[in-house]
Every structure is written in structure tokens, then in C-alpha cells.
Design a protein around this ligand. Structure first.
Ligand code: BES
Ligand code: ZN
Ligand code: MG
Length: 482
């Protein structure tokens, strides 16, 4: 659920301001100078509170004031990551206290520093996320509804942070909805809704058009499903007309059973998350629709279920992709690459993008390599890879590069067709990347395998305890902005 979209700025003094909870900060070993009365000074001394990172004390000052002081740690260790974690801790504490309104003391939290202020606010919004859409019993909705900043801060920075963090939360929502609700049609409708914004145009292609359009590889996956597949294209024109667009492409498998190469039953429910690549694309789309950056972007999503059944494709089937290459489908569970093959080559041919980035829960193998801690990164362009690494560092969304040496392309050479959808010699994440490389032409391109990071991580502390994470929305927004 989106939350805390609006915040207020107030010029009242700490003393006169009325709220449920005042939040102040203290760097380690600095002196706390806001005097709320003797009680507070006593509490600090009794607790020997020194401003250790994330330590907190709650005190009651004069005039019915409840004050939370949170330790910011050593000043030299201050980072955006720490401020995001502090924000989440503040939200969680406010909810523990069942508090509705909190007010941030700009002076002691140093909110005049834009970067940290933005990160703190991001942390509050991320930390306040809940997914209760299907709970009718025993749920405890968060109490925190409103944030006020007392004193100096840049309203624009905080508003942008709120939009981006809410877009991450929107991506989490999309991931968390079950597959009987969140269908390809649902994703198409959400894209249409977002595209009502200025400078946006949405086109939906239904599965009934796929074969005629030449999307034979995508069609092979989609044909087994009763739920109609969709290719979603959203054009955003915020830059000048002559600028080539940046293309963001997402895997939107609303459920992956594996198809005829059926997956085992254990934890198959998690395959509702197989559309998290498209959730990332739509999270960015949501932020872009509101913040209107001055660039051109092409959003594209390939969305279908992967189902077994009498009309499903078979292992051994040969399909022809949009760029003319033939593919032997050796395993119907390696379906993500089949969908992306067509979407990537369709976007490349029809929009000639400046560069393309795709997001996909593509391989279980990336979990073996990197666990839940980092997204697998591959690409054909050093400069683009470098940019993504930079944005990764700036946003604390970890990526790790895997090699896409030409040798790996030998491992997907086909016996009867040009290529096959299964690697021959291990390196499952890389051979999937090598497969995608066949469909991007000479356009600079990167692939983010988010199978380990789209759900599962519980760190840093602003990540949700369960469910989808909205991975890479912040990373990509940072990239667009720079
Ligand atoms: N959606 C899965 C990848 C996946 C598996 C994501 C587990 C998260 C957790 C993908 O479609 C898939 O099934 N890939 C196969 C490919 C294999 C058949 C070459 C895999 O990883 O096992
Ligand atoms: Zn899949
Ligand atoms: Mg699969």
C-alpha cells in the first residue's frame, strides 16, 4: 500500500508544536542541545545515552511532550544507508507506540543536508510498508499516517523521496498479489492507468496478435495459458523529440508452473513472484509519471502465465523469434528468456533505443551464485555496466557482474535450430544472459537477474519481513536522474 505521500513542513518551534511524537537525532558523543526540560536531561544521563547508532530513548518532556531521540552513530560513519535504516526504525517505533503523527526535528536530525534527509524519508516510507489487502482477521494496520518536518528542509527533495519510496512499495504490491488476481490483464490495466499521466502513451498487444506480429517465441510460452498474455508498451516523452529513448524491459510471468517441464510442488507458490521484473519496470513507470524527468523512456513488459496443458508447447518444439532466429525449446521451464527474446528484439527494432536494461527473475542459478544479497548483472557494454554499478553503490541496491564472454554463446548453440533455451555446461545464469544477448543486436544492453533479490532478502532493515522487495526501482531511478 502506498503511504505517507504527503508531508507537511512547519515553522513552529519545538516547544509550541503539538504532535504525538517528536523525533530528534543525536550523533555519537555530541551534546543534545534541544532542551525540553530537566526530565530529558536526566533521562539522557541516567540511560547514559551517547547517540550510538540506532539506539533510542523515549522521554516525556514538559507540556505533554513525548520525544524520541535516536542515535545517529559516529558522524564520520554517516551514510545514506544508515539514514534509510534510521528512517525505518523510526517508522517501526512509531507504529509500536500506535502513534499517528510524528514530527521530525530538522536541526538535530540534520535535515538541512539534502541527501541524508531524502534517505531518512525514504526509510520511513519503506519501513511503513504493509501488505494487508487480503487480511480480514488479526491484522494490525500501521498507525503512522503523517510526517511533519519542523524547521529547515528542502521540500522538493523529500517529496521526490516519498514518490520513489512509494513506487518501490507499489512494485512490492504488484509482486505480492496472488496470480489469481494479478494476471497479465491486471498489469495491462495498471499500465493504462499510470499512462494517463502527461507525456505517456500505452499500447497493449493481446496474445491473439502475437503470431501475426512475429512474436513466435513469446507465443510458444503463452499458448498453454487460458489467461490471455499481453505485451505492454508504454512510451514516455519527457525529453526532446530527437532523443533516442532508454528502454526498460521486464519479465512478467504472473505464474510459472514450468509448463510441461513441470516444477516440483514444494514452494511453487513463490512463482507468483515471477513477474517481479515487470513490477520493477512499473515501479519506475509510476515514479516517472509523477516526477516527469526530462528524458525519453520506453517501458516494455512481456506478461503471461507458463502453464501445462493440451495446448502447451512441448520440449523439443522449435519456435521463431521476432528477429528471425530459431530456438529449440529443450525445457519449457526456461520460459523467461523465450518471452524476453521477443520483447527485446521488438523494442530494439521498433524504437532503436539508446540502451536497453532488462529485469527478470530468470534463473534459480543466480541464487546459488549470489544468494539473496545481490542481483546478477551482465551486459554487452562496459560503459552501461559501469553506470549501473555507480547507481547500485549510490542506492545500496547490490549488483554483481558475471562475465558474458563470447565462449558462453557456444553453450547455447542448437542441434536442430540456431540456438537452444538451455545451457550445456553449468553457469546457468550466464548462459541465460548469453541467450538474451542474441536478441539485442548492437544496442548497449544490460540484464539484471533478480531471482535472488526480488523476494527473500530481509536486510537492510528497511526491507520487508516477507514478500516482494521492489528491487532496483531506486537504482534505476537514480540512473535516469544522472
Ligand atoms: N522463474 C524461474 C527462475 C526462478 C527459480 C526464480 C527459482 C526464482 C526462484 C525460471 O523461469 C526457471 O524456471 N528457470 C529454470 C531454468 C532452467 C530450466 C534452465 C531454473 O532456474 O531452474
Ligand atoms: Zn520463470
Ligand atoms: Mg521457468
Amino acid at each position: 500500500m502506498q503511504n505517507l505521500i504527503n508531508f507537511t513542513k512547519s515553522t513552529e518551534t519545538l516547544k509550541s508544536h503539538k504532535t504525538d511524537l517528536i523525533v530528534c537525532g543525536l550523533y555519537k558523543n555530541e551534546k543534545f542541545t534541544n532542551s525540553f526540560g530537566k526530565n530529558l536531561d536526566d533521562a539522557i544521563s541516567i540511560e547514559s545515552f551517547k547517540g550510538d547508532y540506532k539506539k533510542k530513548i523515549l522521554v516525556y518532556g514538559d507540556n505533554l511532550k513525548r520525544i524520541l531521540i535516536i542515535g545517529l552513530g559516529k558522524k564520520k560513519n554517516a551514510t545514506n544507508l544508515r539514514f534509510r535504516e534510521i528512517g525505518a526504525a523510526v517508522a517501526s517505533y512509531a507504529n509500536q507506540l500506535s502513534v499517528k503523527n510524528i514530527s521530525l526535528d530538522s536541526k538535530s536530525l540534520k535535515l538541512d543536508k539534502n541527501e541524508f534527509a531524502g534517505s531518512l524519508y525514504e526509510g520511513i516510507v519503506l519501513g511503513n510498508y504493509q501488505f494487508l489487502d487480503y487480511k480480514t482477521m488479526d491484522s494490525k494496520p500501521n498507525s503512522l499516517k503523517k510526517v511533519t518536518v519542523l524547521g529547515t528542509c528542502d521540500k522538493k527533495t523529500l517529496e521526490a523521496s516519498a514518490v520513489i519510496a512509494n513506487s518501490v512499495n507499489f512494485a512490492k504490491d504488484l509482486g505480492n498479489h496472488p496470480a489469481n488476481i494479478l494476471t497479465p490483464t491486471y498489469l495491462a490495466n495498471e499500465s493504462k492507468r499510470i499512462s494517463k499521466a502527461k507525456n505517456m502513451k500505452c499500447t497493449i498487444f493481446d496474445v491473439s496478435k502475437f503470431e501475426k506480429m512475429g512474436l513466435g517465441s513469446f507465443y510458444g510460452v503463452a499458448r498453454g495459458a487460458k489467461e490471455p498474455a499481453k505485451m505492454i508498451i508504454v512510451e514516455y516523452n519527457g525529453g526532446s523529440k530527437s532523443d533516442k529513448p532508454i528502454a526498460l524491459i521486464g519479465k512478467g510471468l504472473t505464474f510459472d508452473t514450468g509448463g510441461i517441464s513441470l516444477k516440483p510442488g514444494a514452494r511453487m507458490d513463490e512463482m507468483k513472484f515471477d513477474m517481479c521484473g515487470s513490477a520493477t519496470v512499473m515501479g519506475v513507470m509510476n515514479a516517472v509519471s509523477i516526477l516527469q524527468p526530462k528524458v525519453n523512456i520506453l517501458f516494455a513488459i512481456g506478461s503471461t502465465e507458463n502453464m501445462p496443458g493440451s495446448d502447451a508447447q512441448r520440449p523439443g518444439d522449435i519456435v521463431t523469434a521476432y528477429n528471425g532466429k530459431t530456438i529449440e525449446v529443450l525445457n519449457t521451464d526456461a520460459e523467461g528468456r523465450l518471452v524476453l527474446a521477443d520483447v527485446l528484439s521488438y523494442v530494439n527494432k521498433n524504437y532503436k533505443p539508446k540502451f536497453m536494461i532488462d529485469f527478470a527473475t530468470l534463473t534459480g542459478a543466480v541464487l546459488v551464485a549470489l544468494g539473496h544479497r545481490a542481483t546478477g548483472l551482465m551486459g554487452n557494454d562496459e560503459k552501461l555496466i559501469g553506470k549501473i554499478k555507480k547507481s547500485s553503490e549510490a542506492t545500496d541496491e547490490k549488483v554483481w557482474e558475471l562475465p558474458l564472454w563470447p565462449e558462453y554463446s557456444k553453450d547455447i548453440k542448437g542441434k536442430y535450430a540456431d540456438i537452444q533455451n538451455l545451457g550445456k555446461a553449468g553457469a546457468g545464469t550466464i548462459t541465460a544472459g548469453a541467450f538474451l544477448k542474441e536478441f539485442v543486436g548492437d544496442t548497449p544492453w544490460c540484464h539484471l537477474d533478480i531471482a535472488g533479490t526480488a523476494w527473500g532478502p530481509t536486510e537492510p532493515s528497511y526491507q520487508p519481513k516477507v514478500g516482494a522487495t521492489g528491487v532496483a526501482v531506486r537504482l534505476i531511478y537514480h540512473l535516469l536522474n544522472n
